[in-house]
Design a protein around this ligand. Sequence first.
Ligand code: NAD
Ligand code: 6OH
Length: 463
Amino acid sequence: MNPADGTVIAHVTEADANLVDAAVQAACKALRGEWGRSTVRERAARLRKIADAIEGRFDCFVAAEVADTGKPIALATRLDVPRAAANFRAFADLISTAGLDSYQTETADGKSALNYAVRKPLGVVGIITPWNLPLLLLTWKVAPALACGNAVVVKPSEETPATATLLAEVMQSAGIPDGVYNVVHGFGPSSAGEFLTRHPDVNAVTFTGESQTGAAIMKTVASSVKPISFELGGKNAALVFADCDFDEAVSGIADAVFLNTGQVCLCAERVYVERPIFGRFVEALKLKAEAIRIGSPLEQGTEMGPLISKKHREKVLSYYRLAREEGAQVVTGGAVPLLGSSVDNGFYVQPTIYTGLSESARCVKEEIFGPVSHVAPFDTEDEAILMANDTKYGLATSIWTSNLKRGHRVAPQMNVGITWVNCWFLRDLRTPFGGVGLSGIGREGGVHSLNFYSEPNNICIRL
Ligand code: NAD
Ligand code: 6OH
């Protein structure tokens, strides 16, 4: 369904257990063939070809992503599709230069042994991804999995099946052997997602999505003790100190709250502002929110599209109602915009800012995943740190200050996987990415991805 106008754009076949099994068997067969014997150099070259082929069909990928998600064409052009190509190039580079441990070992008899580890693929990796950044998050896992020599079966979100399918065409054109990249479509429970995680020949599962879904997948994979990597939800804080560069902080926070209609796991749904600038900051953020151009994703000037689905809009609107019940002051938004065009049938909501909630309010504790944030004042650095950390999630924080010492002092005290100082969602693909608590298990990115998607085999030779 097109979230921008509620029309059906395509039908997708739901994979049953037999079709999932066929995909897994195709992957097993590929591992026994040419792909299983491939060298690092060959795989790196193929990954670069995939990146080139994505760029060769750039407009197709943008169109598919925009149709599936309703995100503005400018955003898919700037973020999603370039990152997909970058993911393949990054892991082509990383696998080409990655080393592993080696130790010369002295033995009791005065002789020695040589230990060295080699990197082996896991085998068949099941990859399950969400709808918010469908191609970006899928390729973030497919690229390192292929770099390490695995075969994959991917199950994209039922909301956003198109780009994973287009990627299969790209794989063929880039010379990836049949069976190395397989796509199955469908839902999660009692459908393709569960069949994939349950499959005995799937050697590892990597998942990005909701924390609750992560818990369900963990139960399913427990009986076969599969390695897992989970990138889950967030209820991320931003700390704005009075000594920040004010305009830079307002723009940065507006981005951190509203990008992709607030549907980025890293988005800041809790903003804490030092009291001397609180009033001025809230006013400036309100002006930013009200200036966002909401509209058809196909128009170049559009800055905010709809939410992903009717169901998700109902969830976000239920939090907009709950915020009022919990005693919030509505600074701006809180409703459905009326745009006076065909997009009024789409799943839009207004960018929304609240103040005045208690720190124990559900709207301050639970992930909403929409273009909404609560802004609260703080008086001391210690108080700000305590409030930021008072959550069961732990994905990302951003800190806004011109005091470099403060930035260094506060950043390591954040109970999260990623802290940005004077920026947000600034990515270097070599860095560890992931969360603590309800936000995930494990890290992907750089060598951390290589370590998840491969198994070291230590070889010890008596000299
Ligand atoms: P979701 O958990 O509902 O679905 C994600 C995927 O899991 C889909 O493909 C779905 O079909 C599948 N799935 C659902 N139940 C399953 C089951 N029982 N077994 C196997 N597969 C199952 O998540 P969503 O609504 O698509 O995405 C939004 C959520 O993802 C938010 O919570 C967001 O914070 C999180 N997210 C996290 C990150 C991160 O890097 N930490 C990145 C993006 C999104
Ligand atoms: C979540 O919605 C965004 C995740 C981003 C990444 O995983 C990334 O690598 O940038």
